[in-house]
Design a protein around this ligand. Structure first.
Ligand SMILES: Cc1cc2nc3c(=O)[nH]c(=O)nc-3n(C[C@H](O)[C@H](O)[C@H](O)COP(=O)(O)OP(=O)(O)OC[C@H]3O[C@@H](n4cnc5c(N)ncnc54)[C@H](O)[C@@H]3O)c2cc1C
Length: 340
């Protein structure tokens, strides 16, 4: 029986989520994940990892589709967070507050129906934040990708998947050995598939030791956040569009610490464990779609899954399920033949 050969390019949270979904759902396929950087060296590894969606400004992705991505991801991560896999996978429940200096036009964001116990903050809770007038209280999930990616890689291996560490300079390199390609190369898509719409949004964070903090605090504009995790607390952040700098900026680090300490004064005595910069692979419309590429007279199917910006951890599993369905559609006939 001839197995359908699938290559997934990218070992970040989009790549491993897609690879696991395909390998587990389509056992008649052989799946190989190819990437030049693996954990702990991907953008996903340093993400603050809070599961919290923002609407993509100006996007043409229908709200119903964004809701489905969020709900599917949330339910998947919630199931891990409340299972025995939680510590190995680095996925935990996380409760806290999202606070606003001005009352937002939309007091109830689209994701509020999916997280646990969403409610408007009480006046008593808001008293802690004298510069803020309004807030959301809820429980979500936090996913530390430096644990989650190795955990997904192990799950992928158990489903028969293989990995290859190398740079792909052109998708044509893969067309001889694979029947279908799934492109999860994040910002790499700029050169790999010539996408001029994908751009970096730089983000800088600090990891501090503050084990007394259990609740997350997030300023509604996303500019300042405090996310307690299993081993450390992540403090952020910055959002700089089109900025490719990967080095830590000292003044920005001090600014982050100062802003977070204003929200949570006990952070002034926290020990700094590390600093990190990452580039969010951003796009007006995250690209989760199929395409057929013509190569030397052959029609080769490609499924894209990249450009999730600051919501890649949040949306990875939901978009990976869409990828799996797109792969299924593409391969309809081939899969039937493989089963014969
Ligand atoms: C400071 C910061 C905080 C964040 N906080 C959150 C958060 O709280 N919640 C949230 O949901 N998201 C958050 N994000 C966003 C999240 O990190 C990204 O959306 C997500 O990591 C993107 O994952 P990815 O798999 O698409 O890309 P990446 O993790 O960048 O992976 C891309 C992969 O493609 C491979 N690749 C690229 N080009 C090639 C090539 N030519 N050949 C072979 N391999 C290639 C790379 O080696 C890598 O393995 C944050 C990001 C930053 C920077």
């Amino acid at each position: 029986m001839k197995r359908v050969r699938i290559a997934v390019v990218g070992a970040g949270v989009a790549g491993f989520s897609s690879a696991v979904c395909i390998a587990e759902a389509l056992p008649s396929c052989s799946v190989t994940l190819v990437a030049d950087r693996f954990s702990p060296d991907t953008t996903s590894d340093g993400a603050a990892g809070i599961v919290l969606a923002a609407e993509f400004p100006g996007t043409n992705i229908p709200l119903e589709r964004q809701k489905r991505w969020f709900k599917n991801s949330f339910d998947h991560l919630l199931a891990i967070a409340v299972s025995a896999h939680s510590p190995d996978a680095g996925v935990i429940l996380s409760s806290g507050w999202q606070i606003f200096k001005e009352v937002p036009a939309n007091k109830k964001p689209f994701w509020s129906e999916f997280v646990i116990g969403f409610r408007i903050m009480t006046d008593g809770e808001l008293r802690r934040f004298p510069h803020h007038k309004f807030g959301h209280a809820f429980t979500t999930v936090r996913c530390d990708c430096s644990s989650y990616l190795p955990w997904l890689q192990n799950r992928f291996r158990k489903a028969g998947g293989q990995v290859e560490k190398r740079k792909v300079n052109d998708l044509q390199e893969l067309f001889n050995n694979f029947d279908l390609i799934v492109n999860c190369s994040g910002l790499g898509s700029k050169s790999l598939v010539g996408d001029t719409h994908v751009y970096p949004v730089r983000g800088q964070v600090l990891k501090v030791e503050a084990p007394w903090l259990n609740h997350f605090i997030r300023d509604g504009d996303g500019g300042t956040y405090i996310y307690p995790g299993i081993r450390s607390v992540t403090l952020g952040g910055t959002r700089q569009e089109g900025d490719w700098r990967l080095h830590v900026d000292r003044a920005e680090a001090e600014g982050i610490l100062e802003r977070c300490s204003r929200l949570e004064p006990s952070l002034r005595k926290a020990k700094v464990l590390g600093e990190w910069v990452g580039l969010r692979p951003s796009r007006k419309n995250p690209r989760v779609e199929k395409e057929v590429v013509q190569v030397q007279g052959h029609r080769v199917p490609v499924v894209h899954n990249y450009g999730h910006g600051g919501s890649g951890v949040t949306l990875a599993w939901g978009t990976a399920l869409d990828v799996m369905e797109l792969v299924r559609e593409h391969l309809g006939e081939k899969l039937l033949q493989a089963r014969l």
